[in-house]
Design a protein around this ligand. Structure first.
Ligand SMILES: Cc1ncc(COP(=O)(O)O)c(C=O)c1O
Length: 396
């Protein structure tokens, strides 16, 4: 490209090298393309098909002409379906005025952060964090303050640590429950206390809850359910995980109507609405989903129980049993404290890919993320390969 033509600061901030951490996944995909028998356990996309009735619903809406522009904040029927879900799962009644529809949680987080943060403002985020967050924070040019969690505390953030990180420049605290990669559910008391603290200090509390429907023993507690006041509370969720609809791009924001108005302005300027037939099918999904969601959740639980049982027989491996979500974190420090080297070597020798934990932050350095998004027989083979690798490489 002609080097005298200039680019914006945001374009430059986003133009960073893909980290080493994802190289393992990319290499595994390349090996698979070459025909090698690679097991991909580095994926965060559900392996289930989108339930057939949801597909049928979208197609029938396409056929009757629901293929045009829609309001920037989303179709009223879908906003109502989300509001009804929120009303059912928290003591606060929710109205469609508090809901905005966006194409995926990623877009929802970006829009929210764009409406809340100026360059140089501080945002506090619990570490480890989902790998999609840093690019969004770079885009809005926020200063990210990571607050570490600890495996011996089940990766739940410690309230005092979060509070100690707050400064006069803190505008947002950002949480993710149930968490990716750890599957940790933040308890009601902790969420409620943090919400209260943020309310008292004029700080927004934003919570990403995209794994809310995949909890195994304890129910999910939403930030809205745990908070007494909602004036500073923003909740983000979507259908990518819960309904195996990642490619449909469907997410939403639940927030005070005053903020939703600004979200609408941002969305009108940048997205100009989501496809009508996708919103129709999403509303149908939310109103008719119980059976499918329960079935997928039960399958993830079966997979989690199976692999944890296998891990408990592997010397040198410690596992964190997730309370929710689609991943299990394995502590591999006794075999190789360099998690990226561990993952690379595992791919070379056993042809299976996992994600190095350092990609999510310092709190999971020395870990790798083992994905549950493969059928049980693939997971069984993955556990066998991992077991072989561990036996060959663990020295007591
Ligand atoms: C915690 C978390 N938030 C958001 C996303 C992205 O969700 P969406 O597909 O709705 O953009 C993911 C995807 O892996 C995730 O793990």
């Amino acid at each position: 490209m002609n080097t005298s033509l200039s680019l914006s600061d945001i374009a430059r901030r986003l133009d960073v090298e893909a980290s080493d951490v994802w190289q393992v996944h990319d290499d595994a995909l390349e090996m698979k393309r070459r025909g090698e028998e690679v097991i991909l356990l580095s994926i965060g996309d559900p392996d289930f098909r989108t339930p057939e009735p949801i597909i049928d619903n979208a197609v029938s809406h396409m056929r009757v002409g629901r293929t045009h522009y829609s309001p920037a904040l989303g179709e009223l029927d879908l906003r109502r379906a989300v509001a009804d879900l929120e009303t059912r799962t928290s003591p606060h009644p929710c109205s469609p005025d508090e809901v905005a529809i966006l194409p995926g949680a990623t877009s929802a987080i970006h829009v929210v952060m764009s409406c809340l943060l100026n360059p140089g403002n501080e945002i506090i985020i619990v570490d480890p964090m989902y790998v999609g967050y840093p690019a969004i924070m770079r885009a809005v040019d926020a200063d990210v303050v990571r607050v570490r969690s600890r495996s011996d505390n089940g990766f739940e953030p410690v309230l005092e640590d979060l509070q100690a990180a707050v400064t006069a420049n803190t505008k947002v605290v950002f949480m993710n429950t149930p968490g990716n990669p750890t599957g940790t559910i933040i308890g009601r008391k902790r969420l409620g206390a943090m919400a209260r603290y943020c309310y008292d200090h004029n700080i927004w509390l934003v919570c990403d809850e995209v794994y809310s429907m995949f909890t195994f023993e304890k129910p999910h507690i939403s930030i809205r359910a745990a908070s007494q006041h909602l004036d500073n509370i923003v909740m983000i969720d979507g259908l990518s995980k819960s309904h195996a609809m990642s490619g449909w791009r469907m997410g939403w924001i639940v927030a005070p109507p005053t903020l939703i108005r600004h979200v609408g302005n941002f969305s009108a300027m940048s997205l100009f609405g989501s496809p009508q037939f996708i919103q129709d099918a999403a509303a149908f999904a939310l109103n008719n989903d119980e059976y499918y969601v329960r079935e997928m959740c039960a399958e993830y639980k079966k997979r989690r129980d199976f692999v944890c049982e296998q891990f408990s027989n592997m010397p040198g491996i410690r596992y964190h049993r997730p309370a929710a979500g689609m991943f299990v974190m394995l502590d591999v420090t006794e075999i190789n404290p360099d998690d990226t080297a561990f993952a690379r070597d595992l791919l070379t020798r056993q042809k299976m890919s996992v994600v190095p934990g350092s990609g999510f932050g310092e709190s999971t350095r020395g870990h790798v993320r083992f994905s549950l998004t493969q059928p049980l027989e693939v997971l069984r083979e993955g556990c066998e390969r991992l077991g072989r690798y561990v036996r060959e490489n663990y020295r007591v």
